[in-house]
Design a protein around this ligand. Sequence first.
Ligand SMILES: Cc1cc2nc3c(=O)[nH]c(=O)nc-3n(C[C@H](O)[C@H](O)[C@H](O)COP(=O)(O)OP(=O)(O)OC[C@H]3O[C@@H](n4cnc5c(N)ncnc54)[C@H](O)[C@@H]3O)c2cc1C
Length: 552
Amino acid sequence: MSAQPSSAGAPAETYDVVVVGAGFGGMYMLYRLRGLGLSVRVYEQGGGVGGTWYWNRYPGARCDVESMQYSYSFSEELQREWDWSERYAPQPEILRYANHVADRFNLRQGMQFNTAVEACAFDERDNIWSVTLSGGKTVTAKFVVLATGCLSNARKPDIGGLDRFKGAVYHTGNWPHEPVDFTGLRVGIIGTGSSGIQSVPVIAEQAKHLTVFQRTPQFSIPARNAPMTPAERKKFRDNYPEIRRFAREESRNGIYTEMPDRGALDDGDNVRRAKYEARWQYGGLTFMSVYNNLALDKAANDTAADFVREKIDEIVRDKATAQLLRPAAYPIGTKRICIDTDYFETFNRPNVTLVDIKANPIEEILPNAVRTGGRDHEIDALVLATGFDAMTGSVAKIDIRGRSGQTLNRKWAEGPKTYLGLMSAGFPNLFLITGPGSPSVLSNMIVSIEQHVDWITDVICYMRERRLDTMEAEKAAEEKWVAHVNEVATTTLYPQANSWYMGANIPGKPRIFMPYIGGVGPYRQICNEVAAKGYEGFAMARAEQRQRVAMS
Ligand SMILES: Cc1cc2nc3c(=O)[nH]c(=O)nc-3n(C[C@H](O)[C@H](O)[C@H](O)COP(=O)(O)OP(=O)(O)OC[C@H]3O[C@@H](n4cnc5c(N)ncnc54)[C@H](O)[C@@H]3O)c2cc1C
């Protein structure tokens, strides 16, 4: 493979690998591939690195996996030199970290910003991808890696009148770079998922009045965010080898935490309540790790859900508001659990109103109000916390054509199909990072990103050593994997919720449980075994072999 872009022939630029996206996935992919001496180009539609943390600049944005764990582990020096200031770092700090990584490892050199990849077409004769960029230029590459992100395609709701609204409209997933000041304004926010729950308390402090339009109430656990002390940092660093090993190899979700060995119904009421209370006080996502059957057994799940509902009743003084905030229609944890700072408390403020748009859907947006149930809620600014076309949205925006001109969108019309979430049959040399069919959004995503990037790097190395030109998922292996992903999902309570894991937030999107729920540790083991067996389930070939097969 050429180490430099070749200038031979047209189109002018040829790379070994084109990577789409410069979030944590694309950045680490570039780092690893450059280490192999390959020519790599990263295209990013945004103006800088960081992906999620470049776009989601809304008030209150922060990670919900502790920063000491939600960080790269590939460089010992990096994890020793970067001091996280808080247990859950805020967005500006995570973005600074991404920029620090880009500078420290000299990554910008291989990146082109403000450039979207619009199309990728596989040329079967030359086994090469043509990649069309915004602006019309085309480059070619042997491999394409889609590091386009699971939550990167912000979803604008289709509500009548939105375009006529006179005030400013913001989307949490595409927030302006300059500060937004809500002082003295009546603000409306639509959506109460993770982003809504993080931003509501912060906006409420600034706005004259905040009206929260809620369709689905959420289970949310207090973050108990706090500054990181030097002693806490030291404790993590001293134990990093074991923490990182456990997260990669043994955990279900990429987070170091104790593994429960009991089910919720194995304890009596008082003991169970005390355990939930201790986790509530500790805060964070590990609330769901109190017992080992909360995602599996509805009766067990109900005990945790009831506990959180009781907390909402305790915190929220107005009984009608508390009732509206209590989630009842789905088991706890089957939608991504939210982590908040004073979310439920915020509804005790005199300047905050909750509006139920499940019972009274939004009829239309007027120039200065949101109309629901025949009532106009006057606002000066509107925040859309309406989430993303998750997991497949950013891939679907690219016109990807594989063998015989088949488009990936057509192939995935009934739901995404991949082998291991890494490749899709019929699309040779095209890799996905944290694609559907892998643990992805059910995990600490940096752990999953590192695993995928390392696996892809290894297989490219393997192909280079054997002078192989193409690799692609075999149809039978893919079908078996898709069936396995579905089968594992149906053994859990997850499919009971209308969640974005299921594509339920996008009208017309097929209802398929997209992430792999089998756990980060077991999934890694499967990927390693596949590799150890010479990449079982993937077809690899030299160009001349393929041609011979085609002629015979
Ligand atoms: C508000 C928020 C909080 C989160 N908190 C956590 C957390 O605490 N823990 C956790 O594990 N995960 C969290 N996540 C998930 C988060 O997305 C991942 O952790 C991680 O940042 C994903 O990195 P990535 O590189 O895969 O994707 P992204 O960070 O989404 O980056 C993908 C990049 O690809 C670019 N791109 C997409 N399509 C194209 C195209 N066609 N051409 C060019 N560029 C393109 C996008 O512009 C984007 O910059 C959070 C997500 C959100 C939205």
